[in-house]
Design a protein around this ligand. Structure first.
Ligand code: HEC
Length: 269
């Protein structure tokens, strides 16, 4: 399974080749010269996250529900035969990233959260007010945590976001509308600029997080006793009672996201 998040590597080769086939020893210098600002890298990984989240929300949760698949916040409980809700999928990614040596942080928060632990505080709460007004990303240096921080708007892009949050027993706000800024994803990194190598490590750490939580979901399915198990392979829920393997899922993310990421990686040169 280790190979799954390799697809990003050809991208590295592509960049190094486009730098004029730099010899091994020199490539480190090249990397330093071509360092990205932390803002650029967090923006790249945030784009990957948008694609992953949309794909999971629409192609897995949305289409899966039509096939009778269930998604629940208590999906990990033994007596609940369901997959993770999108927000919990994201939290799973964040948990996996935390276990990774790459010092990247990810968090999904709001001013009116379903889960009180997700409420923005301090500087992030202030900046979130601005994000709600103009939907533009916010970047700042968190002095207390000594971390560069980027916040990106999380929009109510589907009817399901609105209805589930409005009707949730623990909701702190029940009049969300389509298109509202429901929250923000917060990303953190300790350094103000990154080499190519570090940038790729950040992107890989995110991709690994996706695979980890998705595999946990597939493992959960294996343990289903009552529910019909979807067939896991190359097909998607849109075609029937199917789920893609982690590899097929990640492949789609890469196809959808890597073009944008690559444009960014190359444009700064
Ligand atoms: C079926 C229910 C459901 C759907 C659909 C859903 N969410 Fe959530 N969402 C939740 C739950 C439950 C949590 C709290 C998860 C946790 O414990 O961290 C949550 C958490 C969040 C948070 C973090 C703040 C908070 O409320 O705790 C944001 C922001 C958020 N969701 C946005 C969205 C957006 C945007 C969509 C649609 C793209 C969406 N959600 C779809 C149930 C849902």
């Amino acid at each position: 399974m280790k190979n799954i998040y390799k697809p990003i590597l050809p991208l590295t080769c592509f960049i190094l080749v486009s730098c004029g086939g730099v010899p091994e020893e020199k490539s480190e210098t090249t990397s330093i010269e071509n360092a990205f600002s932390v803002e650029e890298v967090l923006e790249m990984v945030s784009k990957e996250n948008d694609v992953t989240r949309t794909l999971y929300t629409k192609a897995i949760v949305g289409k899966g529900k039509k096939q009778g698949m269930k998604f629940d916040e208590d999906w990990r409980k033994d007596d609940v035969e369901a997959g993770p809700l999108p927000a919990l999928f994201l939290r799973g990614v964040a948990t996996s990233i935390r276990k990774n040596p790459v010092p990247l942080g990810l968090y999904l928060g709001s001013d009116f959260p379903v889960n009180a632990a997700n409420k923005f505080e301090g500087k992030q709460a202030d900046l979130f007010k601005q994000i709600k007004e103009d939907q533009k990303p916010q970047f700042f240096y968190d002095e207390e945590q000594k971390l560069h921080t980027a916040m990106f708007a999380d929009l109510a892009s589907a009817g399901a976001c609105v209805s589930c949050h409005n009707e949730h027993p623990q909701t702190t706000k029940s009049d969300w509308k389509l298109g509202d800024v429901m929250g923000a994803t917060t990303w953190q990194y300790p350094k103000d600029s990154l080499t190519y190598k570090e940038t790729i490590a950040v992107l890989n750490s995110y991709a690994k997080g996706t695979v980890d939580i998705y595999m946990e979901y597939l493992d959960e399915i294996k343990a289903f006793k009552e529910s019909e198990k979807p067939e896991i392979g190359k097909k998607w829920p849109a075609e029937g009672n199917y789920l893609p393997t982690a590899e097929v899922f990640l492949d789609s993310v890469k196809k959808l996201a890597s073009y944008e990421t690559m444009k960014h990686l190359v444009a700064t040169k």
